[in-house]
Design a protein around this ligand. Structure first.
Ligand SMILES: Cc1cc2nc3c(=O)[nH]c(=O)nc-3n(C[C@H](O)[C@H](O)[C@H](O)COP(=O)(O)OP(=O)(O)OC[C@H]3O[C@@H](n4cnc5c(N)ncnc54)[C@H](O)[C@@H]3O)c2cc1C
Length: 467
């Protein structure tokens, strides 16, 4: 492997070993985050891996890429496209990293075909908590290989991974299929065959109107070309909503590949509209054009971390068997009336122990519930807990990027704690925080919206490191 990479990994492993010898816990710092929890770091408790951000090699014959964990999705796609290849699962936010997508969660509209991001990887290089550098794959340290996805860095630090690649095409041809109920949406999703399509997701605008969007990689533009990455382009979900109103019978369009992959970047799906509400800015196309530089997900996340505004908005992604999807969507409609809802089917993965799509079912539908403001903190927590209770009751799971208020007992009822504890002993990770500790919100942070805007505008907002 690359010499500089080897030296950097050696250096990090020595730091990890020092923490281990002192029986001290550390936290992984990688410079940015797509988590909505407010993160603060203490200088003497971090291992900084933000420099591990290189694509190490691409093998265009074997269709593989070896990358460092802090490589973001846009960097990865740019590098693989030079070989006319792409990763089969590219998360929609360009700033999501390889390491974060494996150790947190990572999935998108091709997950109905390929599963979550980790299901497309062949092996990882990982530094376990004793400082040892190990390789994990289906053949070597396979327990670590299957326990790492979703474990939030609590079994070790991912320092490299080999990703499978597939041939790229110039465009994605999108077919929009109208649906008129949750049942309808589920039936259409289940009717799409993974050998015939490349992407499937859906947006429900109300309980009786929505579209399922089916994509196909293609080199030929057969319908009108639409783009979503330029300042003057319409935000993707607004384009879909407006076009649906004009074409209630459905339509087809062609989108250049990278515009498709990162179509939800501007406005972070529709979460970016909350910033307009917060500052009483007219939610017009003109204002979205003016403010475009700060409405991409990287900037929105900086503002979110600085402002603490995530403590007033219920933003959750829930993973459900498709049998319980309709019940859950109806529950959200009755209790919250939150729209739009994002639907994303996924392949289950019963091998990855702590990954959210480890459900015993044939098919999964992920629901993005990204709701409006609940200003009273107790009500905000209550709303999150109501969703958690419902998801537990119907056998679902929830994404770890979000606020989590489960009791420890509730949390571990979803995962095999005995096995987790056994692996923590085997890989010397007992002094590190557990997954539960890492994702549970125990503290409210001060809300500082105006300061956040100024810092974000001038580009100096970043994850806080305290002395
Ligand atoms: C509205 C909304 C919609 C979203 N939609 C999607 C979506 O469609 N698809 C999707 O995939 N994601 C989506 N996300 C975000 C997503 O869930 C995760 O946050 C993301 O996959 C990981 O991002 P990250 O790279 O910033 O990692 P982080 O969130 O910073 O990290 C995740 C965890 O992994 C740990 N970690 C990071 N790197 C390493 C490493 N090298 N070794 C060990 N541990 C490490 C971190 O400490 C942390 O515990 C959405 C989020 C929001 C708010």
């Amino acid at each position: 492997m690359d010499k500089t990479h080897g030296l950097n990994v050696q250096r990090i492993s020595q730091q990890v070993e020092a923490f281990f010898k002192n029986k001290k816990s550390f936290r992984i710092f990688h410079g940015a985050t797509n988590s909505t929890r407010v993160l603060t770091f203490k200088k003497d408790e971090i291992i900084d891996i933000s420099g591990l951000n290189h694509v190490l090699s691409i093998d265009s014959k074997k269709h593989t890429a070896v990358v460092e964990p802090n490589v973001s999705m846009d960097t990865l796609v740019k590098a693989t496209l030079r070989h006319n290849l792409i990763p089969p699962v590219v998360m929609e936010f360009p700033g999501i990293t390889v390491g974060g997508a494996v150790q947190g969660n990572g999935g998108e509209s091709s997950s109905f075909k390929w599963g979550t991001f980790n299901q497309t990887l062949n092996w990882y290089e990982i530094i376990t908590a004793d400082g040892e550098i190990r390789t994990a794959s289906d053949k070597e340290n396979s327990d670590l290989f299957y326990a790492t996805p979703g474990s939030a860095g609590t079994l070790g630090i991912l320092t490299a991974a080999e990703i499978t690649l597939i041939p790229a095409k110039k465009y994605v041809e999108l077919k929009y299929i109208p649906v008129h109920s949750f049942e309808d949406a589920k039936n259409i999703i289940e009717s799409i065959h993974k050998n015939e399509s490349d992407f499937v997701d859906g947006i429900m605008f109300s309980k009786s109107s929505g579209v399922i969007i089916v994509g196909q990689l293609t080199d030929k533009a057969t319908a009108k070309i639409r783009r979503f990455s330029r300042a003057h382009d319409q935000w993707y979900y607004l384009h879909v909503e407006n076009t649906y109103q004009a074409n209630p019978q459905g339509w087809t369009e062609t989108v250049p590949l990278t515009d498709y992959l990162f179509r939800y970047d501007r406005g972070a799906f529709w979460v970016g509209r909350f910033a307009f509400e917060m500052f009483n800015i007219p939610y017009t196309r003109f204002m979205r054009w003016v403010l475009n530089p700060i409405l991409h997900t990287r900037k929105l996340y900086q503002a979110l971390q600085e402002s603490g505004a995530s403590q007033e908005h219920v933003v959750q992604d829930l993973v459900l068997s498709s049998e319980s999807f309709v019940q859950f969507a109806q529950f959200i409609d009755t209790e919250f009336n939150t729209y739009p809802l994002w639907l994303c089917p996924m392949l289950p993965d019963t091998k990855a122990l702590f990954q959210l799509n480890n459900l015993k079912t044939e098919s999964i539908i992920n629901v993005g519930v990204w709701g409006s403001r609940i200003p009273v903190y107790d009500d905000f927590i209550k709303a999150n807990k109501v969703i958690e209770k419902k998801v537990l009751a119907i056998g679902g799971k929830k994404w770890s990027y979000a606020h989590s208020y489960f009791s420890e007992k509730e949390f571990w009822s979803m995962y095999d704690k005995k096995l987790y504890d056994k692996l923590r002993i085997k890989y010397h990770a007992e002094s590190l925080a557990t997954i539960y500790d890492k994702i549970t919100v125990t503290k409210r942070h001060p809300i500082q919206k105006r300061k956040a805007v100024l810092k974000t505008l001038f580009g100096i907002a970043k994850l806080k490191i305290e002395k």
